[in-house]
Design a binder for this molecule. Structure first.
Ligand code: NDP
Length: 475
């Protein structure tokens, strides 16, 4: 019976595809097949300079009290040579290598060996085995969603150690910050290189691989769509969602512990940064199943951009505010602190509600209520590489009727709040909002380009109905 129905469905899809008259190639979906000179130049720039940028920021804090200009001035005026700065930089140590190896191994064990139990007792939480989106080759991957429990176990152990076990100091991360940076780089490069070799020689799904013929582009943007080892070790979900993001809140806690050690108190700005970023991280894990449907997992291939970015860029640059506050403890007046808290919470609210509206809409196929009404939408269709035609819907109600990426706007408001918590003395903590604005604007344009190729004229109808990207009436 089931086999008969499947055959009928396949025939219907074939028929629909014939009716459609066009066979859309994989090139119109997912990342580029061909590399234009601008993309290549950007990629070469990032491959060469992104590791230096991270080093520069962290070194500026360690050697120049978080001033971004003083190291440059020192170098330009001949006051210091590069070798002087480098000689004062801590090298890789056995201790850091041990801590880092233990950390990553522990996260692998939590990811691979403990099936999710949180969904059994937390109402509303979606965990356990979940399905991802359809890949360009028409594959639907299964994922073990157990990030929340990995985060909880890790943090319970952290607090148990800080409160009564005392195996190590809670300042351990701050105290080894630069040696750990070398470890993170080694892992970032190793995993990206392995992913590239794997893509060529033993891909998990050959039909979901993309080769541009340009080594640097393939290395950066990735070849394989969903590289895996065995049935369950998914590179994208693990590296995106575990060592870096679980560490984010621990890194902030370690910075707070360092403030306490150095100054005998934790400032309200440090608490704000810990709380607001903690909400963001916890939100990520609470909604990990939703995350399977975001661009990172649904559309990006796994290369250096994700591999190195998750290991190095995220834990080192997303935590700059906490690091800055160790060097510059800022005690905010009540009005400033309240303003930051309100902005952060409002940003988070918009971010969460917008994402939730789309998720609800997609999960129920539009059979839901958004702001008390049945959501309006635009019917659209696309074709996967095997020629199967699929149907989808683009919602035009709720925040999705205000702008095409209002979730990014909420994210940006939250990001600005973390920066404002650091006062106005230095530019360094504001790097995050500058970076997020560039990232999310670029991501918005990249996503729209992809959606336009995927949905064609249907996408045009959608952009006519919702004309703005991030800010209604402005952009
Ligand atoms: P979205 O969640 O906005 O997903 C975009 C996709 O949603 C599109 O490709 C399209 O996919 C679908 N879609 C677009 N418009 C509609 C609509 N009107 N109705 C229904 N579906 C629609 O983007 P991201 O995955 O980039 O972001 C998810 C969240 O993660 C955001 O809130 C973002 O701020 C955050 N983020 C945070 C980052 C950080 O570093 N802190 C980095 C990146 C993201 P389809 O092909 O299925 O139609």
């Amino acid at each position: 019976m089931a086999a008969h129905q499947e055959k009928k469905l396949a025939e219907e899809r074939k028929h629909q595809n014939m009716q459609n008259g066009t066979k859309v190639s994989q090139g119109q979906w997912g990342r580029a097949w061909e590399v234009d000179w601008f993309s290549l130049a950007s990629i070469l720039f990032l491959l060469m300079f992104a590791p230096l940028i991270v080093y520069y920021f962290i070194m500026s804090c360690a050697q120049y009290q978080c001033s971004l200009t003083d190291p440059l001035l020192d170098l330009l005026t001949g006051n210091k040579h590069l070798s002087d700065i480098w000689n004062r930089t801590p090298m890789l140590t056995y201790r850091a290598a041990g801590i880092y190896s233990l950390w990553v191994t522990f996260q692998v064990v939590l990811y691979m060996c403990i099936p999710d139990f949180c969904h059994k007792f937390l109402p509303g939480y979606v965990g356990g085995v979940q399905e991802g989106a359809v890949t360009p080759a028409g594959v639907v991957n299964k994922y073990e969603i157990n990030g929340l429990q990995a985060w909880i176990i890790t943090h319970v152990l952290w607090f148990a150690n800080a409160s009564f076990l005392h195996f190590f100091s809670p300042t351990i991360i701050f105290d080894n910050w630069i040696p750990l940076l070398w470890c993170a780089n080694i892992l970032g490069y190793a995993v990206s290189t392995f992913a590239m070799i794997k893509g060529y020689f033993f891909p998990t799904n050959a039909k979901d691989c993309k080769f541009t013929g340009n080594f640097f582009y393939d290395y950066m943007m990735g070849i394989e769509f969903n590289p895996r080892i065995g049935k369950w070790f998914d590179f994208k979900l693990f590296f995106n969602g575990r060592p870096g993001i679980v560490a984010w809140t621990l890194i902030n806690l370690s910075f707070a512990a360092k403030q306490q050690e150095l100054y005998g108190e934790v400032t309200n700005s440090m608490i704000l940064v810990n709380v607001l970023q903690g909400i963001y991280v916890l939100d990520f894990f609470w909604n990990e199943a939703w995350y399977l449907k975001t661009i990172d997992i649904c559309h990006d291939h796994f290369g250096w951009y994700l591999g190195w970015g998750d290991c190095v860029w995220l834990p080192y640059l997303y935590t700059l505010q906490g690091l800055y506050l160790v060097y510059h403890p800022v005690q905010l007046c009540t009005a400033h602190a309240m303003g930051v808290l309100m902005l952060g919470l409002l940003g988070y609210y918009i971010f969460r509600v917008t994402n939730h509206q789309k998720d609800l809409f997609r999960r129920t196929n539009g059979n839901c209520r958004i702001w008390g009404k049945r959501p309006e939408h635009i019917e659209c269709s696309y074709t996967s590489v095997d020629g199967t035609k699929y149907y989808s819907k683009l919602m035009t109600s709720g925040f999705w009727g205000w702008a095409r990426h209002f979730n990014y706007t909420g994210d940006l408001m939250g990001s600005l709040a973390y920066c404002l918590a650091c006062g106005f003395q230095h530019i360094l903590p504001y790097f995050y909002i500058i970076y997020m604005t560039i990232l999310l604007t670029h991501r918005c344009i990249r996503d729209e380009h992809r959606c336009s190729s995927k949905y064609g004229k249907d996408w045009k109808r959608y952009t006519a109905a919702v004309p703005y990207r991030l800010l209604p009436g402005i952009f």
